[in-house]
Ligand binder design. Structure first.
Ligand code: FAD
Length: 460
């Protein structure tokens, strides 16, 4: 079949490309190809009873399908250039922020109304942080929550389904550059598009690498973030989370000068397993619905590892560390902060005796056998620094789950329209290595859609 625009991947990048295309030029024939299932068919088989761990489904319902990796996320849309990607380097800071606000409006119109927008503007915590050698990054954050985020996706799909042709359970195997447009090759058929937007996210990173090699599109990669997820009683961070919801705090370690940062804060949330290419790592969720909330708050503490030549496989390095925790713990390891500092492993008894109930059933163990010393020292330093702004963080019973890894896609060479060296072939979202968040990925989708609409208006 032939389309004006083919979009590969139905994560936020792909969804908002499609949304903006049909909004701005309803005459365009748009198709979306998605390796995973439609939203209503996305269900992870792990139920904690019959199926306790990953069984390696052909398409992982957590990472793939309509809504992409963010479908079951906490739905935190951070409106900022300070983190979440480097889209602003391509399209300018003002334009990037405008697009993120635009995405926010769309989410509000599709079920997100009534959710709270938090902001660091004018907060006294900025001063308190600086006084304690910590740096609070500027952001506004719309917290949809896992439940509302899903409803927004349902509503956007309902809006798009009659205007766009969706091909679910249809991984694209190859993209071929033709004289006029692009041929995309699927298992059973091929399709043709004059414009092609590639938005394959983190789960499509290996495929993206192959396509870039084949099409000789330049890429670079040198970063991975490694750390732990911290879980503590929600009242320890309540003064921060009540006002800001998510605080991104950065600390530079005294010992090595490394930067450690808080990431993905989930007030009254739960710690969860995450499966990346068969490796079990840790993440966190929280809900708007008070009935689903817990008594704990969790957030990640991550140390960015940048590598220089000749080492290129930063993601492989992160995977190897996560594999170590899987080898020792059969999955994620949990350790009390007091046990880590005391140089002993946590045992089921010590976890049971703690004044906090873990929200994830992880294996009690010893994270110092897993994490490199430099990373672990940085995390410990930061926990003591955070204890000054949120007393109780360095409590003996604070739980540390490992390993949390943030993998980064290699950065693909594109211009300010996010267009590759092939005309009308766009690479966006987390798959481009330029974005790492819902709001930046979504904004990149709107940006390319507008660029295509502009071109088609002069041609069609
Ligand atoms: C558990 C979890 C929680 C998160 N929470 C947050 C949060 O609160 N806030 C935030 O900002 N970010 C969060 N993130 C990150 C956020 O989800 C991503 O940054 C965002 O989804 C990226 O959007 P994307 O469209 O670029 O890629 P994705 O969302 O990864 O979507 C890419 C899609 O492409 C499909 N695909 C891949 N390869 C192919 C192929 N060859 N053919 C066809 N389809 C293909 C995939 O199946 C996938 O559905 C979270 C991520 C996870 C995993």
């Amino acid at each position: 079949m032939s389309f004006d625009v083919i979009i590969i991947g139905a994560g936020p990048g792909g969804i908002f490309s499609a949304y903006e295309l049909v909004q701005k030029n309803p005459k365009l024939k748009v198709a979306v190809f998605e390796a995973g299932h439609a939203l209503n068919r996305r269900k992870c088989p792990i139920d904690g009873k019959k199926i306790k761990s990953c069984i390696g489904c052909k398409s992982c319902s957590i990472m793939s399908g309509f809504g992409g990796a963010g479908a079951f996320s906490d739905g935190k849309y951070n409106i900022t250039n300070d983190f979440g990607g480097t889209l602003y380097e391509y399209i300018g800071k003002a334009q990037a922020l405008d697009l993120m606000h635009y995405i926010d409006e769309i989410n509000l119109c599709h079920g997100g109304q009534g959710t709270k927008l938090y902001s660091t503007a004018g907060t006294r915590f900025k001063t308190i942080c600086i006084q304690n050698d910590l740096h609070l990054l500027d952001a506004s954050v719309r917290h949809l929550g896992t439940d509302i985020n899903y409803i927004v996706l349902e509503n956007i799909y309902a809006y798009l389904k009659d205007k766009v042709t969706f091909f679910f359970d249809t991984p694209v195997l190859d993209v071929k550059a033709l004289e006029q447009g692009y041929e995309i090759v699927c298992e059973k058929e091929t399709h043709h598009g004059r414009y092609c937007i590639v938005s394959v996210g983190r789960s499509g990173s290996k495929w993206m690498e192959t396509i870039c090699k084949k099409l000789d599109i330049h890429t670079k990669s040198n970063r991975v973030d490694i750390g732990v997820r911290v879980e503590l009683p929600s009242n320890v961070f309540a003064h921060l989370t009540n006002e800001l919801y998510e605080s991104k705090i950065v600390y530079r370690t005294e010992k090595y000068g490394d930067k450690v940062r808080t990431f993905c804060m989930n007030p009254k949330g739960a710690v969860v397993n995450e499966n990346t290419n068969g490796i079990i790592t840790v993440n966190g969720h929280s809900y708007e619905d008070p009935a689903k909330q817990t008594e704990n708050t969790n957030f990640a503490l991550l140390v960015a590892q940048h590598f220089s030549e000749p080492f290129k496989d930063s993601n492989g390095y992160g995977e190897s560390i996560a594999k170590l925790s899987n080898m020792l713990g059969g999955g994620v390891i949990v350790q009390r902060f007091g046990d880590l500092i005391g140089g002993r492993r946590s045992t089921p008894e010590r976890i049971r005796d703690a004044f906090i109930t873990p929200t994830l059933n992880a294996t009690p163990g010893d994270l110092s056998l897993v994490l490199p010393k430099r990373i672990l020292d940085g995390i410990i330093e930061m926990i003591y620094a955070l204890d000054h702004v949120a007393p109780g963080t360095a409590n003996e019973d604070t739980l540390l789950y490992g390993v949390e890894v943030k993998f980064y896609n290699m950065e693909v060479e594109v211009d300010s329209n996010l267009e590759s060296r092939y005309p009308n072939l766009y690479i966006i979202g987390d798959g481009s290595g330029i974005t790492h968040s819902l709001s930046h990925a979504s904004a990149s989708g709107v940006h390319v859609a507008r660029s295509i609409v502009q071109k088609t208006q002069s041609v069609l």
